[in-house]
Design a protein around this ligand. Structure first.
Ligand code: KAF
Ligand code: ZN
Length: 667
């Protein structure tokens, strides 16, 4: 059989490896024949893409693939004849038909659910919240009903693909008790409302919102007491009203999980990564151990600088650092204190926020700038509906969820972003992040509804960030006119500045990205009980990030609630995965683009080859376990910190030298 394929592999091998064209499936094939044919097609595609990539051949275009496939359709007839022996059982025929209907109905229901969520998050009202709850109930009830139907199929003899779909359908974490399911949805909308509408009021009576007011203070103020006020007021505003509801929410979610045979909700969350025997935590712990030495160096260096800025009485040069001095409400990324920690202040500036303002950038122009990059590597422009329906600034006349998101509406390329954009470099980065989600949506839109997702949630988070690694290089910022006073190749001092700025975003984030779900996994498992929510939260913050609360905290407080993903119930380990994987992706794409020089100077702008490689992976959606998607783009099938370590190698060396007299760490 393979011989038949080999022949025409020789014909058109390198021409075929592009995504965006679906093989024509001849009619009147039995399910088993279709399956066999599909598997062969996939083998050929993999083979071809290997050849194409290894030889650095460029001519991968959808049209060529299409015309070739059409010419070859005659040969397929032979092939199909040879498949005649294979008869699929009536059972499998039935199952495939059932799946087809399932996928279509799921698509329609997800479309409806997306609309309800959008209405609420862009206009928070009780009425819109009630609609979200109703739609969630409908979707849950339907999914549970279909799960029971699905379980009746004996899938043991079916193809891997059919099994995969049934596997997805027959997993649920929802309770069949409608009241419980309703309560879960209701608490979810209440918590999100508290987060999105709370304010901190000054004695004068003026009340400040998180975005942009309190976040702005954390980013810009260098007044210790003012920072303490903003940090504390936000936590006092949201934490206590959330605490009991959150505990009830956890208990209800666990009941749903347990009803379905899982130990707790954390098992279900981790299940998204399809790790054998629930080994996700082990895997991420292993990765963390490898990047921790780099984080420790950064921590010691920043601690010294903060101590010099705020005084030894405020920041000791040993131990934990107060959490409110990092330029960020959660101390999750430290890029806003670049001015405090800049290694070589006399080198040309690399932050472009001021220039963006001077050049009259507005949110729309920022979005167009991001779009242009994606298009330059051969990904899709944003469709008209995106520009018509997205929300890119905070509206003045209503309450909204300002935390950025990207939404797929499951029909006619209806995709949107919701964001309260401010004109600065950080938000330019966030736009790329969100647009990465949108490009993923657009690239897998022809997949079955069940497969319209990331290879795992971390992949979805990594797409736009990978692109932003190129965008934020001084080389690229110069190309688009945002950096002017730099000439060609810069010296070591400039490079150290550049790498340190990036490390403040990427390396500083890692322990934060890890600990959020370490806390939640233990909350779900019952290891952390409500009376210890806050204490254990701070134990993790101290242990992993090496930071401490600026004022004493108690278990009456609920500081986890001050971070969006806790009240919104969004899993967080995806970002840890992403922050490691995006460097693997970048390394692979830069190689594809023919970049030479250190990884941190790579800009894949206009590289159609790099774009094709990325697109090929994105087009797989969730159809295969993530290691296969990882392999398609990087050639390896693991989450591997060596790329991020390589990227920062020159900085780590420099930091070690700077810190040689420091007492590293904080235990
Ligand atoms: C990432 C990158 C840079 C900085 C920081 C991060 C981590 C994280 C944070 O703490 O800010 N970033 C975000 O939360 C960005 C928002 C989002 O794009 O990840 C958004 C979060 C969200 C919002 C509403 C419901 C669920 C999740 N995620 C998406 O819009 C999304 C998620 C999966 C698939 C497609 C879109
Ligand atoms: Zn995201």
């Amino acid at each position: 059989m393979w011989n038949v394929w080999k022949i025409w592999l020789c014909f058109g091998a390198v021409l075929l490896s592009c995504s965006g064209y679906t093989w024509p499936l001849p009619d009147q094939l039995s399910a088993a024949q279709q399956r066999e044919l599909k598997e062969l097609q996939e083998d050929v595609e993999t083979e071809i893409s290997d050849i194409c990539c290894n030889n650095g051949l460029k001519r991968c275009c959808v049209e060529t693939k299409k015309s070739l496939a059409e010419r070859k359709i005659e040969e397929w007839k032979e092939l199909i004849d040879s498949l005649k022996e294979l008869k699929s059982t009536p059972d499998e025929e039935k199952a495939m038909k059932w799946l087809e209907e399932y996928n279509e109905e799921l698509r329609q229901r997800q479309a409806k659910s997306a609309e309800a969520n959008w209405a609420q998050s862009t206009n928070i009202t009780d009425e819109n919240a009630a609609k979200v709850v109703d739609v969630t109930m409908e979707l849950t009830k339907w999914s549970l009903k279909k799960m029971e139907e699905g379980k009746k199929f004996d899938t043991s003899g079916f193809s891997d693909d059919v099994k995969r779909q049934f596997g997805m359908i027959t997993k649920s974490g929802s309770s069949s008790d409608e009241e419980k399911t309703r309560k879960v949805a209701e608490i979810g909308t209440e918590l999100e409302k508290i987060y999105s509408t709370s304010t901190a009021c000054l004695p004068s009576g003026t009340c400040l919102k998180l975005d942009p007011d309190l976040e702005g203070i954390l980013a810009k103020s260098r007044d210790y007491d003012r920072l303490t006020w903003a940090w504390l007021s936000w936590r006092d505003a949201v934490g206590p009203p959330m605490k009991d509801k959150y505990a009830e929410w956890v208990a209800l979610m666990n009941e749903g999980a347990q009803e379905n045979g899982y130990a707790d909700k954390g098992v279900i969350w981790r299940g998204a990564y399809e790790m054998p025997n629930d080994t996700l935590e082990e895997m991420v712990d292993g990765v963390w151990e490898k990047v921790k030495p780099l984080y420790t160096q950064l921590h010691a260096y920043v601690r010294r600088k903060l101590s010099e800025t705020y005084g030894e009485d405020k920041v000791l040069t040993t131990g934990h650092i107060p959490a409110h001095l990092f330029g960020n409400m959660w101390a999750q990324q430290w890029n806003n204190i670049y001015d405090i920690v800049v290694p070589f202040p006399d080198q040309p500036a690399i932050d472009v926020s001021d220039t963006m303002v001077e050049q009259g950038y507005d949110p729309l122009r920022m979005f167009k700038t991001a779009e242009a990059f994606f298009v330059s590597i051969g990904l899709r422009p944003m469709p008209q509906v995106f520009w018509d329906k997205s929300m890119i600034v905070r509206p003045v006349d209503r309450e909204v969820v300002c935390h950025a998101s990207a939404e797929d509406f499951y029909h006619d390329s209806d995709v949107r972003i919701k964001m309260c954009t401010k004109v600065n470099q950080e938000d330019l980065q966030t736009i790329h992040h969100e647009m990465g989600h949108v490009e993923y949506y657009l690239t897998y839109e022809d997949q079955k509804t069940l497969y319209r997702g990331g290879a795992n949630p971390g992949f979805h988070e990594a797409v736009g960030d990978t692109i932003a690694l190129s965008v934020n290089t001084p080389g690229h910022l110069k190309k688009i006119g945002l950096l002017q006073n730099i000439e060609g190749n810069q010296g070591t001092e400039f490079q150290i500045n550049e790498l340190l700025k990036m490390a403040l975003s990427k390396v500083a984030f890692l322990p934060f990205g890890l600990l959020i779900d370490k806390w939640r996994w233990r909350v779900f498992s019952g290891d952390i009980t409500p009376d210890k929510f806050n204490t254990e939260w701070w134990n993790l913050r101290m242990k992993y990030q090496g930071i401490k609360p600026p004022v004493e905290r108690t278990d009456e407080d609920f500081d986890p609630g001050a971070k969006y993903h806790i009240p919104s119930g969004t899993p967080y380990i995806r970002y840890f995965f992403s922050f490691v994987a995006q460097f693997q992706f970048q390394q692979a794409l830069c190689e594809e683009a023919g970049h030479d020089g250190p990884l941190h100077t790579c800009d894949i702008y206009q590289s159609k080859k790099a774009g094709a490689k990325l697109k090929n992976m994105l087009s797989m959606g969730e159809s295969k376990p993530w290691p296969e998607a990882m392999k398609a783009i990087t050639g390896q099938d693991k989450l591997d910190p060596s790329a991020i370590l390589k990227y920062f190698e020159p900085l780590e060396k420099w930091l070690r030298e700077q810190n040689k007299n420091e007492e590293l760490g904080w235990e």
